[in-house]
Design a protein. Structure first.
Length: 406
């Protein structure tokens, strides 16, 4: 066994091996750009080159990057030319790129866009389908790595904000091909367990697009959509977006933010309860005061001072009715009396006796019937009635009007 005197000696030896290997001392490799960054001060470019199963770090120095005819970006499929080497300060294996040519968009980015459009067209991101997050959940479910810093950040944040919570963790892989199945198993567990949580948080810390790609799984998206418990997605950092974010009921930028929104601060709740308590006290006290005033008004009312008050009111009401009845009765009598006198005057004016008083007379035959001039002859017995006498007479001569003129 060969023994190296130092780490530096070992790193330099590995670099010598790389330099003497014809395949990696001058090579080309195709892959998808991820985490691309060009520093403004130096102009050097740092990025990763990935495919479905592997990742390798890359660097392209400023004097090579200046010759690129395009601007590299994440998700771009490229072919790089360079040599493999070791960075002495940290022993990191990387490709030192001298040339880069663009091939097209990477498969992962393209798959993301196609799935996003497919699920969006089916309505899986529809806001009307999203469930409301409970204000005060009694039990919180979390699906995340059981060994990472994420679950500790969530618990620490919850304790700081509100120590009164009940949390259950379902440990799951949050990266790699097997992660979607474990995440789905966590959802199945919480939906079927006897003590179901009121809300479930799916959480993972930051990472590259490829690291978070398990949260872009179609089966996971459909399971979240059909899940009957509200889901909060706290995956990655603020700039990271996954299909899980869009299909969940609420998306927050980080796992810590998920802990902040899932449960209100204890101090805020105490303050709100104090305000509600004051409002309730003021409302009840105001009602009591108003009822006291009403009771005092009723207690001092004349109707409660003695039964004679009610009797006086009823007697006054009877007197008023009696006076009204007398008035109506007298009015009607006067009206009927006036009508009667008017009719009697008219009858008197039309009476034959009234006509006799003006010098006229009425002639009757001996049977008492009124006598017409064409029905009388000389020698007939007649009676003449005046206004003040009845006269018996005998007709001596009948001269009809017109005969004496002839």
């Amino acid at each position: 066994m060969y023994g190296f005197a130092s780490v530096t000696e070992f790193v330099k030896y590995v670099q010598t091996v790389f330099d003497n290997d014809d395949k990696i001392s001058n090579m080309s490799v195709k892959g998808e750009i991820s985490g691309f960054k060009r520093y403004a001060n130096s102009g050097h470019c740092y990025f990763s080159l990935k495919d479905k199963d592997s990742t390798v770090n890359c660097v392209m120095y400023n004097w090579y990057a200046n010759n690129l005819g395009f601007a590299p970006e994440d998700g771009m499929l490229v072919n790089v030319v360079g040599n493999a080497g070791i960075y002495n300060q940290n022993g990191r294996f990387q490709i030192y790129c001298t040339h880069m040519s663009k091939i097209g968009k990477g498969d992962l980015r393209e798959n993301f866009k196609l799935l996003f459009k497919k699920l969006g067209d089916e309505g899986l991101f529809d806001p009307s389908h999203k469930k409301s997050i409970p204000v005060m959940p009694k039990k919180i479910g979390v699906i995340s790595s059981g060994s990472g810093a994420v679950i500790h950040d969530i618990i620490r944040t919850l304790k700081r904000r509100n120590p009164f919570f009940d949390l259950t963790l379902y440990p799951s892989a949050v990266q790699g091909d097997g992660a979607p199945k474990e995440l789905i198993a966590g959802l199945d567990y919480f939906e079927s367990c006897e003590d179901r949580p009121d809300v479930v948080i799916i959480a993972r810390g930051g990472g590259s697009f490829e690291d978070l790609f398990c949260f872009n799984d179609e089966a996971l998206a459909r399971r979240i959509y059909d899940f009957t418990i509200p889901v909060i997605s706290g995956v990655g950092h603020e700039v990271d977006y996954t299909i899980c974010d869009y299909v969940s009921d609420l998306r927050v930028p980080t796992p810590t933010a998920a802990a902040e929104v899932v449960l209100p601060k204890y101090d805020d709740l105490s303050y709100r309860l104090m305000l509600l308590d004051n409002d309730l006290y003021n409302s009840v006290q105001g009602y009591i005061d108003s009822q006291k005033k009403r009771l005092d008004a009723l207690r001092n009312h004349k109707a409660l001072s003695g039964p004679e008050y009610q009797l006086q009111n009823e007697m006054k009401r009877v007197r008023d009715l009696y006076e009204k009845l007398n008035y109506l009765e007298n009015t009607r009598i006067e009206r009927e009396k006036s009508s009667l006198l008017y009719n009697m005057d008219r009858i008197e004016l039309m009476s034959p006796l009234n006509i006799l008083k003006r010098g006229y007379s009425i002639t009757f035959d001996d049977t008492g019937k009124t006598l017409r001039s064409d029905k009388v002859k000389a020698g007939d017995k007649i009676k003449i009635k005046t206004s003040d006498a009845d006269i018996d007479a005998t007709v001596d001569l009948v001269t009809l009007k017109g005969e004496s003129d002839g």
